[in-house]
Write a protein that binds this ligand. Structure first.
Ligand SMILES: [Zn+2]
Length: 419
């Protein structure tokens, strides 16, 4: 009996951690930094589900490799003349270490921010909010600021969570509309955090001076995936569709490959891939809800601003090809530079203004290309937030406040330049 007790405790503890933790799944996963020649091979391996490209920009450098793929991927890269260096040899202990030091920092900081069901006056900035806290904040804002703002659910996710849309209303009847989307990729937690920061500035802060515009914000486009980064896998990217129709045990569709524009270019039809585009365009309730709500405002839509991480790049169309230029490319670059200058003024962080299809990395079926092609929006940007790969998706919550401050300043420059 006594001999069994430690074993029993260990087993119980393991079960508990397996259901509650977000990193155990990542045991043995590694992060590699690629070097050597530029090659299309990493993109192909990602489509085949053999690796996970972390840095989605022309600075393509870091990839994640699952333990059962390490030997194969290593061999294929070497054959292609690509070198690699192991940055993280066990992602589970890496994430655990970061989460523990985050917890210790919060414990000693004695911060008093609160967000409960009955009282959530501000979005939290000392910790990444859970989905229920996001809902509490939005509902309270709607109660206290109606009719200047109005909150509606535009659809439900696979797991029946609401896709919320907040409208911050202009006082002009024929106002142009700015659409802001956050959280479409689950693991990019800084994206919804900054989206909520922008909501707070626009609805209750000095954003009132921009009420020539109608603002529509969908700050959490992928609530199932986001919650899963807390309860299952910290590196989760896609939504939580069960892909049993494809006879696959792998979950999830990449919602930023599921929009109906050049569907399939730079994406994968293999359900286990991180860039799985889904069975058909707008097959996912999350993208369909967003698309329908955007089309309701078509005609007045002036800009799409989609928040992602990481890399500190402001991307403009096209993402599906580098052979064609966006029709108003010079204007997109001019306004983009205004953003970058505004952002740099605050904490001296650089954001590069670049074409979305950089280097050898193409992506289609994304919100930005779709909005630019299929709606009246003449401005479409994807902002890759902090950082430049030091922490990547595991960016700690200390970065929330400064990220909001610099993006808000840059965003204001955009508004002043497109008005
Ligand atoms: Zn993303």
């Amino acid at each position: 009996m006594h001999k069994m007790l430690p074993l029993l405790l260990t087993t119980l503890l393991a079960c508990y951690r397996q259901t509650e933790g977000s990193y155990q799944y990542l045991a043995g996963h590694q992060i590699w930094k690629l070097g050597g020649k530029e090659s299309a091979l990493p993109g192909q391996l990602m489509a085949d589900g053999l690796l996970d490209i972390l840095d989605h920009s022309r600075k393509l450098q870091q990839v994640r490799v699952a333990p059962h793929h390490i030997d194969r991927v290593s061999e294929l890269l070497q054959k292609d003349g690509i070198s690699y260096e192991i940055l993280v040899d066990d992602l589970a202990s890496h994430v655990e270490g970061i989460e523990n030091s985050e917890r210790r920092r919060r414990d000693v900081s004695g911060n008093h921010q609160t967000c409960t069901e009955s009282h959530c006056p501000e979005p939290l900035t000392d910790v990444y909010m859970r989905f229920d806290q996001m809902e509490w904040y939005l509902k309270q804002l709607n109660e206290t600021h109606y009719p200047n703002v109005s909150l509606s659910s535009i659809g439900k996710s696979h797991e029946n969570r609401d896709i919320w849309l907040l409208h911050i209303k202009s006082n002009k009847p024929d106002a142009r509309a700015i659409w802001i989307e956050g959280g479409i990729h689950a693991r990019e937690r800084i994206s919804p955090a900054v989206a909520f920061g922008l909501i707070s500035k626009l609805a209750t802060g000095d954003g009132a001076k921009y009420n020539d515009f109608d603002f529509f914000l969908a700050p959490m486009a992928n609530p199932d995936g986001y919650e899963y980064t807390f309860t299952g896998d910290r590196m989760w990217r896609k939504n939580r569709r069960a892909n049993s129709h494809q006879r696959s045990n792998c979950y999830g569709v990449d919602l930023n490959r599921n929009w109906d524009f050049k569907f399939g270019v730079g994406a994968s039809n293999y359900p286990c891939s991180e860039v799985y585009m889904g069975p058909s365009p707008f097959s996912e309730p999350e993208t369909k809800a967003l698309k329908d709500a955007m089309l309701e405002r078509n005609g007045s839509l002036l800009m799409l601003f989609s928040l992602h991480s990481y890399g500190q790049d402001l991307l403009y169309p096209w993402g599906w090809t580098s052979q064609e230029e966006a029709e108003n490319k010079d204007e997109l670059v001019r306004v983009g530079q205004a953003f970058a200058e505004g952002a740099r003024e605050i904490h001296n962080h650089d954001y590069d203004v670049v074409n979305s299809a950089g280097g050898l990395y193409y992506a289609s079926g994304a919100t930005d290309d779709w909005a630019y092609s299929e709606t009246s929006a003449r401005y479409a940007y994807t902002l890759e937030l902090r950082d430049k790969g030091e922490r990547g998706f595991l960016l700690t919550s200390e970065a929330i406040k400064p990220s909001i401050e610099e993006v808000w300043n840059g965003f204001q420059k955009i508004l002043q330049n497109i008005g």
